[in-house]
Design a protein around this ligand. Structure first.
Ligand code: HEM
Length: 251
């Protein structure tokens, strides 16, 4: 009796049985990755609105805070969106952990295989694992700030954070990391699920085109916030008032 209990509880009884769970978890990992990548595209465009002018970025910030349809700003609405992104991020990271080498021996084996094979897609997998690991820390720090201080988003507030609070090196590293990670991730998704139905060669090109596009957009955006932050450094903390001057509203 004791023997049977041990066999069942230790999972030995499951050995040899086929489980659908690894496949299901793979689907969830793909879907959460896709959702995060699509979110990231939107995010890059919203943040890049500063390139169209401080008024445009101010209006987009206010839109997310419900100002234009609730008549007042509610930064907590932004926290709500951040909470959803955090949930997605945690699920995705948890499932990705299954694929990480779990000790030094496994790590050196996979690295040695990649070096010996010189197979492009295997090397890309290693890049994705490394950048994913970095994002555990980088994205967590950024998401925490956005969750807790959503009221500190705006043309001057964001620029002050980037320049006067000295966060631009952090954003620079995170930008490179997330664009590489997302680009490789989408490429692997397309290969795995066969959509869009393009050749590996074309998908490869598409991946680099998209990565280059978002990197250039991101660098231009970061440069714009740094410039505004530098020019605004003597007025650190002062918030932006749109040029059409909305009563009592500043950011
Ligand atoms: C709903 C969640 C998020 C919100 C509300 C948000 C908001 C923002 C804002 C307002 C900025 C401008 C700088 C600032 O104000 O500090 C920014 C920059 C940035 N965010 Fe996010 N973010 C979110 C999620 C993420 C995630 C998940 C990532 C990926 C790891 C990410 C990566 C970045 C990067 C790389 C920049 C710099 C952009 C550039 O240089 O062009 N963000 N974000």
């Amino acid at each position: 009796m004791l023997r049977e209990v041990f066999i069942v509880q230790s999972g030995l009884a499951e050995i040899g049985k086929r489980s659908r769970w690894p496949a299901r978890l793979d689907v969830v990992q793909s879907l959460s990755g896709l959702a995060l990548a699509l979110f990231m595209w939107g995010h890059m465009f919203f943040v890049a609105s500063i390139l169209l002018g401080a008024d445009v970025m101010w209006a987009i910030t206010k839109l997310f805070e419900g100002y234009f349809f609730l008549g007042q700003s509610y930064p907590r609405l932004v926290s709500g969106v951040v909470a959803v992104v955090i949930a997605l991020f945690v699920v995705h990271a948890l499932l990705a952990l299954r694929k990480f080498p779990i000790n030094y021996r496994q790590y050196t084996t996979v690295r040695a295989h990649a070096q010996a094979m010189k197979h492009g897609d295997t090397t890309l997998w290693l890049w994705q694992a490394h950048t994913g690991f970095m994002l555990f820390f980088l994205a967590s720090a950024h998401l925490y700030q956005m969750l807790v201080w959503p009221q500190n988003i705006g043309p001057y507030a964001s620029s002050d954070r980037i320049w006067s609070d000295g966060l631009w090196p952090f954003y620079l590293v995170m930008l490179l990391t997330v664009e590489l990670h997302g680009g490789i991730g989408l490429y692997r998704l397309a290969l795995k699920w066969g959509w869009p139905p393009l050749s590996r060669h074309s998908l490869h090109w598409l991946k680099w085109l998209l990565t280059a596009f978002f990197l250039i957009l991101g660098l231009a955006t970061l440069g714009a916030y740094m410039k505004i932050g530098f020019e605004h450094r003597q007025h650190y903390g002062e918030r932006y008032t749109p040029t059409w001057g909305t009563e009592g509203e500043e950011r």
